[in-house]
Design a protein around this ligand. Structure first.
Ligand code: SF4
Ligand code: SF4
Length: 467
């Protein structure tokens, strides 16, 4: 049996199990549900519209990012920082506590292979034994037909995934109209989408878990991120050994492992979990379900292979909250708090009022009755919303009472979404407004109107003049 296990690699003699046996059980059930849920989210998100915009749109040429009705622009870099920090630290926290749970349950690579491509393969070619036999068989009519159907379906799914992926960058509507028009009209898009299709086809159709075991850097980081208290999929050696069939001294009792190799046959990366925790394990839980089934048949307690920490396997207490996990958790929370505060405090119209660089004031005229003064400001207005905005500056009651005049060179003006305008504002007032002081604070009122909102913004400015 062991020999046949080592020959599992199949196509090309590569170091993974191309024909893992299908499993049934507790984890398989919930993994299937979560996989279909995540697949549905991936395909549906670009088609869902919120405030007339796709739920997620990464518009690179315009440097505009739309997330669930909110638009962000390239100048919103703090947002990107909080998102990257939040997700990276969150992943560190999850890995330090629950090991490679991401790999087994949420990684697109695992979901694509396990949830779509292997499912199609089984549908067309049959179970793992039939697939292996077909692979070894000469190219007869049956093999050619089955392989052709399988690779055609693989190609169709790859094209669907590639188009959906591209829709996150263009919007589903635009992509659909591009797909229906002649390729020569959108040659770059045509090449990108087709190249992506071929990469997906190669990766999910043939390369499979080799990406996890050979290329993925996350797998290699495990030894740094995890410790003896992190949960991993592990074989309980104390309970399982000596396994049935192993040489043992007379009278020695056998462990619960009956050496059936079922845990190995189901493993997509082709490893034997009984050799200890290995970097190639993607925590897919297949061996747990497989072994639990064996345990039920042999009337032994389930959990010979289970989620367990190294300390747990030694019979020691698993410590969840440690300095390291607390730091990761705290920093993750802080990043998401920063993100939340940034989003709720972010104004649709960003206003910066600066005093112009030249003289702080100009005396326009002097007479016995009054001295007229002008102050020059620059007003930078940035439309951070997803709609066109009409902006104007208006006098407050306080300014009207003081007979203060506002001369704005380009206002009222229209600002397209994501764009900014610079405006020179001259404020003309009588020196008497300042009283005996050199300066006085006033409130400047800016009104912004768009299709869905009309909002007033107040900015404080200080008017200055000679003593
Ligand atoms: S499935 Fe369980 S009983 Fe069978 S070889 Fe693996 S650990 Fe042993
Ligand atoms: S050892 Fe078990 S959990 Fe790890 S990859 Fe293989 S089957 Fe999946």
């Amino acid at each position: 049996m062991a020999d046949s296990i080592h020959k599992l690699s199949g196509e090309g003699g590569l170091c993974i199990n191309h024909y893992p046996m299908a499993v049934h059980g507790f984890f398989r059930r919930y993994r299937t549900i979560s996989q279909w849920l995540l697949i549905a989210i991936f395909f549906l998100l670009p088609c869902i519209k919120i405030n007339g915009l796709p739920a997620i749109l990464i518009n690179l040429p315009d440097r505009r990012f739309t997330f669930f009705g909110l638009s962000f622009w390239s100048h919103d870099t703090p947002l990107l920082f909080f998102i990257i920090a939040g997700f990276s630290l969150g992943l560190l926290f999850i890995t330090s506590v629950w090991g490679r749970v991401w790999c087994g349950w949420a990684c697109p690579q695992t979901i694509g292979i396990d949830g779509i491509f292997r499912w199609i393969e089984t549908l067309v070619e049959g179970n793992y034994i039939a697939r292996k036999k077909l692979q070894a068989a000469p190219f007869d009519k049956e093999k050619i037909v089955k392989k052709a159907i399988k690779w055609s379906l693989f190609f169709f799914i790859s094209a669907l995934v590639s188009h959906t992926f591209y829709a996150y960058f263009t919007g589903a509507g635009i992509l659909a109209s591009m797909a229906l028009s002649s390729p020569s009209e959108n040659l770059t898009t045509f090449y990108i989408v087709n190249a992506t299709t071929l990469i997906i086809l190669f990766n999910f159709g043939w390369f499979k878990e080799q990406l996890c075991t050979i290329i993925c850097p996350y797998g290699r980081l495990q030894s740094v991120l995890m410790d003896e208290d992190s949960l991993v999929v592990a074989y309980d050696e104390n309970r399982g050994e000596p396994r049935k069939g192993k040489k043992r001294s007379s009278g020695e009792e056998t462990g619960d492992c009956i050496d059936c190799y079922k845990c190995v046959v189901v493993c997509p990366t082709g490893i034997d979990i009984r050799r200890g925790i290995q970097m190639e394990c993607i925590a897919c839980t297949s061996c747990i379900d497989a072994c639990d089934e064996v345990m039920r048949i042999t009337k032994k307690p389930e959990g010979l292979i289970r989620y367990e920490s190294e300390n747990g396997l030694k019979g020691e207490k698993t410590i969840f909250w440690k300095m390291k996990t607390s730091i990761y958790f705290g920093l993750t929370l802080l990043s998401f708090l920063g993100l939340f505060l940034y989003v709720i405090n972010r104004s649709e119209l960003d206003i910066t009022v600066l005093r112009a660089h030249e003289n702080p004031y100009q005396v326009l005229s002097t007479s016995e009755e009054e001295t007229l003064i002008a102050n020059h400001f620059t007003l930078n207005l940035k439309n951070q919303s997803s709609q066109e905005m009409e902006v104007d500056i208006i006098r407050t009651g306080e300014m009207e009472n003081s007979e203060i005049e506002i001369i704005a060179s380009t206002l009222p003006g229209i600002i397209p979404p994501g764009e900014a305008i610079k405006n020179h504002v001259f404020i003309k007032f009588s020196k008497s407004v300042l009283g005996k002081k050199r300066s006085r604070y006033f409130k400047l009122q800016i009104i912004a109107k768009s299709e869905s909102i009309t909002k007033k913004y107040i900015k404080e400015i200080s008017l200055v003049g000679p003593i």
